[in-house]
Design a protein around this ligand. Structure first.
Ligand code: NAD
Ligand code: UDX
Length: 464
């Protein structure tokens, strides 16, 4: 079976880049990405590709090449479903904010709405692909909804979780460590569906990097991968606190430990805490699933990864207050970086939000500079916490478009995102413009201690 028309529901951080790459690599396949968010779709269709709604290195070039040729963005969800032989569901699956499982379980209402819409619109057989990250056994629920349409349409459900990381999405998509496809491999129809998706990826991914499994293994592998990755960050961050108390340096420890080939060197960078839309949400989901199956020890084990991460963010901010003579009330503090990591404009669950909130509770005046994040996003992130009124957030937080302006007359500067440009700043100039003593806090182990101390900074870095 050859796929000719793909529809992707959800034009977000995953749907947009993933479909752009599929369209670029499979010029004979028509790819339509649909979303209910009109603003997002019109940004994807903006004449100037630099205005597409997601910033990822290399993405705008691919969109420029494929858009209008075989890559389309639209709000007409029904038509795209109707025309497609394969439908990816790539909508958001946030943590529930209400009802049973509030604060833990994944909210599957958007997924269910998609399934019902597909069930209503489809007139011929379709392959439905779970691209969103979902609790294990969600495919069962999807199948239940789709199989009760009564119009004789057959659906095959595949799980094809996405492992891309933001900031490196295009490279991750072009050169994936593996592509994972779960399907009903015990039936001929299931195998045919799996092979159809394998053929799509085989346009640019070697066959031995395309892994096929049963659906449940595929769904659970995604949660497992994120839990393992986040666990490494929490493990090294736990050690960072011990390093600060003992004179050990967490970078040296990470290097020594990471050279053990059984451990490996990646994902051992100590930080102010991990952020991003996935790690916390997916681990909470894993904890919830485990608890609901009565696996309390499994749940507690993974929950500790989140507890450690919350502690790391709080402890970083508390250390700032303590260092600034136990008070930041009325003091100007510059935060460099708001995105949850460099090379993305995404701020979801960014540690910077929690550090800012903590400092605002201590009555600090905050000035933020981030090269990619928009001012309104920064206020929206703080408003979302509901700690204080949005008027007060606007009064006490200023967003500027230069790191020098942010630092001028400040008591302290904190680096919260590891943007490359922070390495190249004129730190001498920054020091001169600050109040003295000038405190510099490095939440990313980005800056060199010696040169900063030589300039005259009081320098503090996570894990040393
Ligand atoms: P996102 O919020 O950026 O995008 C989701 C989009 O889906 C939104 O634009 C929303 O308007 C749209 N949508 C929701 N319901 C819809 C409906 N019924 N019809 C049409 N459009 C609808 O989310 P994202 O970051 O792209 O994540 C999507 C999924 O992928 C999540 O399950 C996430 O866990 C997973 N994931 C994300 C990443 C990442 O780095 N962001 C990586 C791997 C996996
Ligand atoms: C993650 C997974 O890596 C990806 O496979 C999955 O598909 C989605 O979730 P993402 O959240 O985009 O990707 O970024 P990632 O690079 O994993 O970083 C997550 C957070 O951990 C960031 O805040 C980052 O700064 C932090 N981090 C990462 C560290 O603090 N130290 C590290 O060594 C690595």
């Amino acid at each position: 079976m050859k796929i000719k028309n793909i529809c992707c529901i959800g034009a977000g951080y995953v749907g947009g880049p993933t479909m752009a790459v599929i369209a670029q690599k499979c010029p004979e396949v028509n790819v339509t990405v649909v979303d209910i968010n009109e603003q997002r779709i019109s940004a994807w269709n903006d004449k100037d590709v630099e205005n597409i709604p997601i910033y990822e290195p290399g993405l705008s070039e691919i969109v420029r090449e494929a858009r209008g040729r075989n890559l389309f963005f639209s709000t007409d969800v029904d038509s795209a479903i109707d025309q497609a032989d394969m439908i990816f569901i790539s909508v958001n699956t946030p943590t529930k904010t209400y009802g049973i499982g509030k604060g833990m379980a994944a909210d599957l209402k958007y997924i269910e709405l998609c399934a019902r819409q597909i069930a209503r619109v489809a007139k011929d057989d379709k392959i439905v692909v779970e691209k969103s990250t979902l609790p294990v056994r969600t495919a069962q629920a999807l199948k239940n909804i789709l199989d009760h349409t009564g119009n004789g349409v057959n659906f095959q459900i595949l799980s094809n979780p996405e492992f891309l990381a933001e900031g490196t999405a295009i490279d991750d998509l072009l050169y994936p460590d593996r592509v994972l496809i779960g399907g009903d491999i015990d039936s001929d129809e299931g195998k045919e569906a799996v092979n159809a998706l394998v053929d799509v990826y085989a346009h640019w991914v070697e066959k031995d990097h395309i892994l096929t499994t049963n659906v449940w293994s595929s769904e659970l592998s995604k949660l497992t991968a994120n839990a393992f990755l986040a666990q490494r960050v929490s493990s090294i961050n736990a050690m960072s606190e011990l390093c600060e108390k003992t004179g050990a340096d967490v970078n040296e420890v990470a290097k020594a430990v990471g050279m053990d080939t059984r451990i490996g060197s990646k994902f051992l960078k100590s930080s102010v805490g991990f952020g991003g839309s996935c790690f916390q949400k997916d681990i909470l989901n894993l904890v919830y699933i485990s608890k609901s199956m009565g696996l309390n020890e499994v749940a507690d084990y993974w929950e500790q990864v989140i507890i450690m991460n919350d502690h790391q963010k709080r402890r970083f901010a508390a250390n700032m207050v303590r260092t600034l003579f136990n008070t930041v009330s009325g003091k100007k503090i510059a935060l460099l970086g708001w995105a949850f990591k460099k090379d993305t404009n995404d701020t979801r669950e960014s540690a910077a939000i929690y550090v800012a909130d903590y400092l605002l509770n201590e009555q600090a005046e905050i000035v933020v500079y981030d090269p990619k994040v928009k001012t309104e996003q920064i206020y929206a992130d703080l408003d979302y916490l509901n700690t204080r009124s949005s008027e007060e957030n606007r009064k006490r937080v200023t967003v500027v478009n230069s790191p020098y302006e942010a630092s001028r007359d400040s008591h302290a500067v904190a680096v919260l995102t590891e943007w490359d440009e922070f390495l190249k700043l004129d730190w001498q100039k920054i020091h001169e413009s600050m109040l003295k003593p000038a405190f510099l806090f490095d939440g990313r182990r980005l800056l060199d201690r010696k040169t900063k101390e030589d300039i005259g900074f009081e320098f503090y870095a996570v894990g040393s």
